[in-house]
Design a protein around this ligand. Structure first.
Ligand code: NDP
Ligand code: OXD
Length: 314
């Protein structure tokens, strides 16, 4: 009975340490070191090298160490076993903090005051609007989108959501599917993207979509916050709209190529805020406990929670 830890791009030691402590009865194997492939019955993965989960004859399930599973489903040699993803209040809270903080930064024009502070400039400025004046639109109303929407509502923002199914939430109007996307965009000042990356959503945040956002909002132009995946965005078109001033600001946590290249224009563009794909990091303590709960459930013959539908892609 061995759990295989298959991680790239993150520090692997904290995960090995947590799983050793939480699963003392199990062997913990690490990709890149020798291990008995027949002994592996579960794997935890984040951006594993494609093909590296193949040839594990007793593998029973794979646990994504993140909420997204595009890193798994893009592997053509992914074994045909159940896949579970992260749904956990620790990660959800972190994402909502990120979204609420950046919506407040935009509403309260915090970058403008930071800039003035650097110049020791005190101007008589009463140009502040109420949260209810700012229309936030969330693309992707799943676990993360719903929680962010509820917390933005608590702050008083005017919130709508867009998803495949388009369910309304308390105080949040839901828009469903491609046919209702234009109406959703037309009422949105700040677009928050919390979609999964699938064949359907790749490149969805493009110039044409940004051109559909509201132009009559209190910020004097629309803004974008993408904490979903880099593959959702067409980066040249975002830069083009920022250059033209038709997009006022972009807060980007995710990029097509990560880490973001040192010569990327996103680093220095005055209309861009870059964060290093840590809007909602997976905490080894919280997510380690989640995985172990799932393993215990399987051992008791209970079904896996938060199972992914590979055909749907999320
Ligand atoms: P969920 O699976 O719970 O929600 C996905 C949402 O996207 C659902 O509302 C779904 O619609 C909607 N959706 C999917 N495909 C489409 C489509 N083609 N058209 C319209 N709506 C669609 O995911 P989570 O909320 O848990 O996570 C969302 C994503 O956030 C992750 O996949 C990951 O990429 C990203 N993420 C980023 C992090 C970061 O640190 N930057 C951290 C964690 C996650 P419906 O409800 O109808 O099914
Ligand atoms: C995730 C992420 O999917 O951190 O959880 O990106």
């Amino acid at each position: 009975m061995t759990l295989l830890v298959a991680i790239t791009g993150w520090q692997v030691e904290p995960w090995i340490d947590r799983f050793r402590r939480l699963l003392p009865e199990r062997g913990i194997a690490v990709l890149g070191e020798p291990f008995d492939r027949r002994a592996v019955d579960y794997a935890v993965a984040w951006k594993h090298p494609p093909g590296s989960l193949a040839g594990l004859p007793n593998l029973g399930a794979v646990f994504s160490l993140g909420a997204g599973v595009d890193h798994l489903l893009s592997d053509p040699k992914l074994p045909d076993v159940p896949i579970a993803r992260v749904v956990d209040s620790d990660l959800t809270n972190r994402m909502s903090e990120y979204v609420v903080m950046h919506c407040l930064m935009l509403l309260r024009q915090q970058r403008r005051y930071a800039d003035r502070q650097a110049k020791r400039l005190w101007l008589d400025d009463k140009d502040q609007r109420a949260a209810a004046d700012l229309r936030i639109g969330i693309m992707g109303m799943g676990v993360l989108g719903k929680d962010a929407a509820a917390k933005l509502r608590v702050m008083g923002f005017d919130v709508a959501g867009w998803s495949r199914s388009g369910a309304d939430l308390d105080g949040v109007v839901g828009y469903a599917g491609a046919e209702n996307l234009p109406a959703f965009l037309a009422r949105t000042d700040v677009l928050v993207v919390l979609l999964p990356l699938t064949p359907e959503t790749r490149g969805i945040v493009n110039g044409a979509l940004l051109d559909g956002l509201a132009r009559d909002g209190v910020l004097g132009g629309p803004a974008l916050i993408n904490a979903g995946r880099g593959g959702l965005q067409v980066e040249e078109e975002i830069l083009d709209r920022l250059d033209r001033g038709s997009l006022k600001h972009a807060v980007l946590d995710v990029f097509n190529a990560e880490p973001l290249a040192a010569d990327s224009r996103f680093w220095t563009h005055p209309g861009v805020t870059v964060t290093p794909h840590n809007a909602a990091m997976s905490d080894p303590d919280a997510i380690g406990r989640l995985v172990v709960r799932q393993i215990r459930r399987l051992e008791q013959g209970l079904p896996l929670e938060n199972a992914v539908d590979p055909r749907r892609g999320y």
